[in-house]
Design a protein around this ligand. Structure first.
Ligand code: PLP
Length: 487
């Protein structure tokens, strides 16, 4: 492809992307293809001779688009949202136009410097303590691929700090704490690093949040058994129900264990901190006072295209102590002098994408006001949804609705004597009906043995009419499930 062909194909690509977004509401949310559809449709080998790009662009529409789940569809309420904004797409495009592996400051100074700036901007808009800012040159922020990477890196740093302070402790004696509601990233960090993971119990009475007392008992038991607690992964906004671990109580306990690293995973809910009114409920004061590291994904509820996971640490030294490996070929004048950030020492890979560009574009284009409006709009839509569920004779809430997430289930007042097992079976049948539809995407979960359905609002194009339609579909499928059950 030469430069003029690129210009032409590029204009066409932007036109087609615009058409895609314009037509989104009319598409099924979920792909209708069967497993293996693409292998059947595509040749078994790459072409020997290059093909005309128009043919390739047309085949994208023909073969790839039908196999997409439309995460930005206004009726996408599954999992948590995945952000996409036009500013974010353009940030990706410009970044792709100047490929740079960005591992050292000198690999592309703008790449490192913009990342350090936008991580301070985002820390500021979320209300994070200044000790997390890059300008301190002590703490700082870095963009990672995912919250799972962020948790893994925090765990690596915590382990390295612990072992440095306790050189005679065997790795097998270290314990990583999560709760039964922590995202699978906790277990995965343990698996990858070969560490013991203890998942602490949480209860419905405590809104599925970890309490200080539960942590205290577990720490004492493990220390008495000769084990070494070294990291706790707490959550603000758990995946299943949006629970917020009681960081205030946790901090009080953890203070007595000076080498227990507190990593806070706020992958979804963290961006809500842009709104000062949600900061207390999200335990921001305790994060600012005590957390060693904090993560939120701007690519979830934060308007910035995947991947955009932000990790802040109070002491960057713990990352670099754990991850700095500098052979001669990676040395540079400024790196040696310690006058610049070399982000390769803040994550697992060497090369890294120029992700800060899309942050810069979206933050400038939307401003703090734009972020706040988006978060409060989603939260208001969820409040309406939750209210309608609360008022219904057919459904009940399973957990306290939080921000833009409601967890509910079928619990008909007409069938008050169903056992717990029967209710679960009824709800599996209900969810099966919802899952078989292509006009709405919604996912299920299990809260301490209670099977339920999660409604997570967050696509930027979702408006009240979409939530009304979802309520209508949910109501109809609920009634159909009950008719089947009663027969
Ligand atoms: N943490 C929480 C609370 C989540 O809900 C999710 C995903 O939904 C994750 C972490 C995983 O995020 P990632 O895919 O960025 O690893």
């Amino acid at each position: 492809m030469d430069i003029e062909q690129f210009r032409k194909a590029g204009y066409q690509a932007i036109d087609r992307i615009c058409d895609y977004y314009t037509s989104l509401r009319d598409r099924p949310v979920l792909s209708q293809v069967e497993p293996g559809y693409l292998r059947k449709a595509l040749p078994a080998s790459a072409p020997t001779e290059g093909e005309d790009f128009q043919l390739i662009a047309d085949d994208y529409q023909k073969y790839i688009v039908p196999g997409l789940t439309h995460w930005q569809h206004p009726s996408f309420f599954a999992y948590f949202p995945t952000a996409s904004t036009f500013e974010g797409i353009l940030g990706e495009l410009y970044a792709a136009s100047v490929p740079t592996p960005g591992f050292n400051w000198s690999a592309s100074p703008a790449c490192t410097e913009l990342e350090a700036v936008v991580m301070d901007w985002t820390a500021q808009i979320l209300g994070l303590d200044k000790s997390f800012y890059n300008t301190t040159e002590v703490g700082g922020g870095v963009i990672q691929t995912t919250a799972s990477d962020s948790a893994l890196i925090a765990t690596v740093a915590a382990r390295s700090r612990y072992i440095r302070e306790h050189p005679h402790v065997a790795i097998e004696k270290l314990v990583l704490y999560t709760t039964t509601q922590t995202h699978s990233l906790g277990k995965k960090a343990g698996l990858v690093l070969g560490l013991k993971v203890r998942a602490l119990e949480v209860t419905a009475e405590d809104d599925f949040a970890l309490r200080g007392e539960t942590l205290e008992v577990a720490l004492k038991e493990d220390v008495d058994a000769g084990l070494h607690p070294f990291v706790l992964i707490a959550t603000i906004g758990t995946t299943s129900s949006g629970a917020v671990d009681r960081l205030d109580e946790i901090s009080d306990v953890a203070k007595r264990y000076p080498f227990l690293w507190l990593h806070v995973d706020a992958a979804w809910a963290g961006v809500a901190l842009v709104c000062p009114e949600y900061r207390e409920a999200c335990q921001l004061p305790a994060v600012n006072h005590y957390a060693d590291s904090f993560c939120t994904n701007f690519h979830k509820w934060g308007l910035i295209n995947f991947d955009a996971s932000c990790l802040w640490v109070r002491h960057r030294k713990h990352l670099t102590d754990a991850l700095d490996v500098t052979p001669e070929f990676l040395r540079s004048k400024h790196g040696d002098a310690g006058t610049v950030i070399d982000y390769r020492n803040w994550h697992l890979g060497l090369g890294r994408r120029f992700r800060s560009l899309k942050f810069w574009f979206v933050l400038r284009s939307r401003g703090v006001t734009g972020f706040r409006r988006y978060i409060t709009d989603c939260t208001k839509l969820n409040a309406t949804f939750a209210e309608r569920i609360r008022e219904s004779d057919q459904f009940c809430l399973v957990a306290k609705p939080f921000l833009a997430l409601t967890v509910f289930r079928l619990a008909p007042k007409s069938l008050p004597h169903l056992t717990a097992l029967e209710l679960n079976a009824l709800n599996r049948a209900f969810y099966g009906r919802l899952a078989s539809r292509s006009d709405i995407a919604i996912t299920q979960t299990d809260l301490n043995g209670v099977f339920c359905v999660r409604m997570a609002i967050g696509a930027e194009k979702t408006v009240e009419g979409d939530v009304d339609r979802a309520l209508d579909v949910i109501g109809r499928e609920g009634r159909a499930t009950l008719r089947e059950w009663e027969n």
